[in-house]
Design a protein around this ligand. Structure first.
Ligand SMILES: C[S@@+](CC[C@H](N)C(=O)[O-])C[C@H]1O[C@@H](n2cnc3c(N)ncnc32)[C@H](O)[C@@H]1O
Length: 269
């Protein structure tokens, strides 16, 4: 690929999704975009890029952007954040909201749904402590395809084996031939919506707890700071943010600060 084509496609992808593609990652273009090129009857990446340069085909741009997203996710990823959610983060928030019994949680990069469903299961397991509560869990993502999978809540044996404890699997899933279907009461606890983190987030409403895990790693420092600032504006003073293990607010934004002793958890600054 010519340097000009690389510049064109990486600039387009960054402006659409925030994903930064450095030349050493150009192999990703090959593996992710060849299927898109083939689907459109184009011989390869060069032809795909020249087609995109020749006409502004919005549907093709969206397809290319989505194809470049990394949707890797699994249930109770890194486990510790979900223990911290149950043991440290939820108790004081539930206490403060006991009068209204209303809690809003947002998974800002929900991917195929494992993260929001893990949160839903944590809440369900709290039993009487949240009985009668109105709990909204919203999962958003930039990939419409992956949101369809999240909505369906149907996972392969391999996917459930990645993180879902057997007791919870048997309690909250039903075996359907070769797949595991998340039960309706858990599925209904999560609402999915398309939302690009680079867009105005105001329309999403307010959230007490935000999971924004393993997506900021793909952005540059300026974009990370901008997204975190927009997220902070959706959260009350006592709102709590969860980031992925390789992510931090330090040196990126002063809107959040790490919670001592709770790795990956941040409070409003
Ligand atoms: C690696 S997955 C992380 C999933 C989950 N949070 C976890 O930690 O397991 C990253 C997700 O971020 C989504 N994503 C990437 N850029 C985005 C953007 N600009 N706005 C919203 N979602 C985005 C991708 O589509 C992908 O599903």
């Amino acid at each position: 690929m010519s340097p000009q084509d690389f510049e064109f496609i990486s600039t387009l992808i960054k402006s659409r999704s925030g994903l930064v593609l450095t030349p050493d990652k150009s192999y990703l273009l090959e593996s992710r975009l060849m299927p898109v090129a083939r689907k459109h009857g184009l011989k390869g990446l060069d032809e795909l890029i020249s087609t995109m340069r020749a006409r502004k085909d919005e549907a093709l741009i969206v397809e290319v952007t989505e194809a470049m997203t990394t949707n890797e996710s699994f249930f109770f990823r890194d486990i510790k954040p979900f223990d911290l959610l149950r043991d440290e983060v939820l108790p004081p928030i539930l206490e403060k909201r006991a009068a209204k019994k209303h809690l809003r949680i947002w998974c800002a990069a929900a991917s195929s749904g494992q993260e929001p469903y893990s949160i839903a299961i944590v809440l369900k397991e709290l039993g009487a402590k949240v009985a009668g509560w109105n709990i909204d869990i919203t999962g958003t993502d930039i990939s419409r395809d992956i949101l369809k999978k999240a909505q369906a809540g149907q996972y392969s044996q391999f996917e459930v084996q990645r993180g879902m404890p057997i007791t919870l699997l048997l309690k909250y899933f039903e075996k359907k031939e070769e797949t595991w279907q998340i039960k309706e009461d858990i599925r209904k606890m999560v609402q999915y919506k398309y939302w690009n983190l680079l867009d105005d987030l105001k329309g999403l409403g307010g959230y007490d707890i935000v999971f924004c895990r393993n997506v900021l790693i793909y952005f540059d420092a300026e974009t990370k700071g901008r997204v975190l600032e927009s997220i902070s504006k959706l959260m009350p003073e006592d709102g709590m943010l969860f980031l992925g293990g390789a992510e931090t607010v330090l040196g990126v934004t002063d809107r959040f600060k790490p919670v001592p002793g709770q790795r990956g958890v941040y409070s409003r600054a």
